[in-house]
Design a protein around this ligand. Structure first.
Ligand SMILES: *Cc1c(COP(=O)(O)O)cnc(C)c1O
Length: 394
């Protein structure tokens, strides 16, 4: 089937909950893909930050297919060595104590919210100490509760009633954060860099204030690193840039190298809040996904890989800053947003697709989340396409 036929068949059978572009990718390798009509594309989006090692990394694909041939699923009645090794390795690498396995970012955040509220209930026996402060322009997922947690009014629609108990504070507004603390608050949840919200980096002073207030009022700190985690910002966790250790950290997108996984990492007393019967997920800890995730973790534990990632990220950022019509670039590592002058990011995204480049947007910015394995040649090729589009519009 050609792209047009695939798109028609898909749309005839799948609910229309996304605004899609007309591209049907057929196969890909590294940061380069080919569509069903044989056209090729450079990838600056990595499936929204999921294909951390690029498409079809051979070590990753071997690990995944090897595990599928051996044992694909056991359920959470039982144990398996691949999930055990993955969990041990990830908690060790992140300096956390224990994790819960789910399948997506929203599921990881649901778990974080449950742990924060149960810990508050267990400790204070007070059903009223339940409020979680989140930030304006945050994004935490699409379930009813994570939509509630998301501090963007346009998501709080249609699906009433939403889960109560969330309060939104403007990012980097220390005064507003202080004022939001009251006896009903049990946790503060935030992204170090708001991804969907426009690649907005939190100020060090604001992050410090979150942790000072949390210490003073015994609040849980929850960092949603679903997008920023797993090497995306040049470090395993974005928290490392800020020198803080949240009680609860959620990871998802890049963790499985392109397979569905979401984990909720916990420290200290938060590691023992959930008890048998209080939470679960059928596919959580799936061995095939964990086998892929282990390859991602192995790659990120290699100092040479991380050093190269840092250099490449710097090169990527400089290249983006040098483009015509780029007013400013925000973000860290390979999570970058470009503010454009006089042209809509959505138009650039569509034109880029026509010219053979996959790129994302976030609010008014053009957003780049390339695979961590992208080559300098691929960065140059993608930037040349963007440069051509932006120059033409001048
Ligand atoms: C993508 C994202 C989510 C939601 O993840 P899903 O896997 O789509 O449920 C949550 N938080 C952040 C910061 C994200 O970027």
């Amino acid at each position: 089937m050609n792209s047009k036929e695939i798109i028609e068949q898909y749309n005839s059978a799948v609910v229309c909950s996304y605004g899609r572009l007309d591209l049907a990718l057929e196969c890909a390798s590294g940061a380069q893909g080919t569509d069903a009509d044989g056209r090729s594309y450079i990838d600056f989006g990595s499936g929204i930050g999921t294909n951390s090692l690029g498409y079809a990394d051979s070590e990753w694909a071997d690990a995944v297919s090897g595990q599928a041939h051996k044992l694909q699923h056991v359920s959470n009645y039982y144990y398996n060595s691949t999930a055990a090794e993955f969990a041990a390795r990830l908690t060790e690498m992140t300096g956390t104590d224990k994790l819960f396995f789910g399948n997506s970012g929203a599921e990881a955040n649901e778990c974080a919210i449950k742990i924060a509220r149960k810990r508050s209930f267990d400790k204070y026996g007070d059903a009223g100490r339940t409020t979680i402060i989140t930030l304006v322009n945050s994004f935490h997922g699409r379930t009813i509760t994570t939509l509630s947690a998301t501090g963007q009014e346009h998501f709080h629609n249609y699906f009433f009633p939403f889960t109560p108990g969330f309060k939104y504070v403007e990012a980097n507004n220390i005064e507003a954060l202080r004022e939001a603390i009251d006896p009903t608050v049990c946790a503060i949840m935030f992204e170090f860099i708001q991804g969907e919200g426009g690649v907005n980096v939190l100020d060090q002073a604001f992050v410090d204030e979150i942790f000072a207030l949390a210490a003073a009022h015994d609040l849980a700190t929850i960092s949603d690193e679903v997008q920023t985690g797993v090497g995306r910002t040049g470090r395993l966790l974005a928290a490392e840039h800020f020198g803080v250790k949240p009680d609860i950290v959620t990871l998802a997108k890049g963790l499985g190298g392109g397979l569905p996984i979401g984990v909720c990492l916990t420290r200290g007393e938060y590691a023992d809040v959930l008890t048998p019967g209080t939470h679960g997920s059928t596919f959580g800890g799936n061995p095939v996904v964990c086998a892929g995730g282990l390859v991602v973790l192995r790659r990120l534990s290699d100092p040479a890989f991380m050093a190269e990632l840092g250099k490449k990220a710097e090169y990527f950022k400089q290249s983006l800053e040098a483009l015509p019509r780029v007013k400013s670039v925000s973000g860290l590592g390979l999570m970058l947003g470009a503010e454009l002058d006089g042209i809509a990011a959505g138009d650039v995204m569509k034109k880029a697709l026509d010219e053979g480049l996959l790129v994302l947007m976030a609010k008014a910015k053009l957003r780049c989340l390339p695979p961590l394995t992208i080559t300098y040649e691929q960065i140059d090729a993608g930037m040349a396409i963007l440069s051509g589009i932006l120059r033409k519009e001048e």
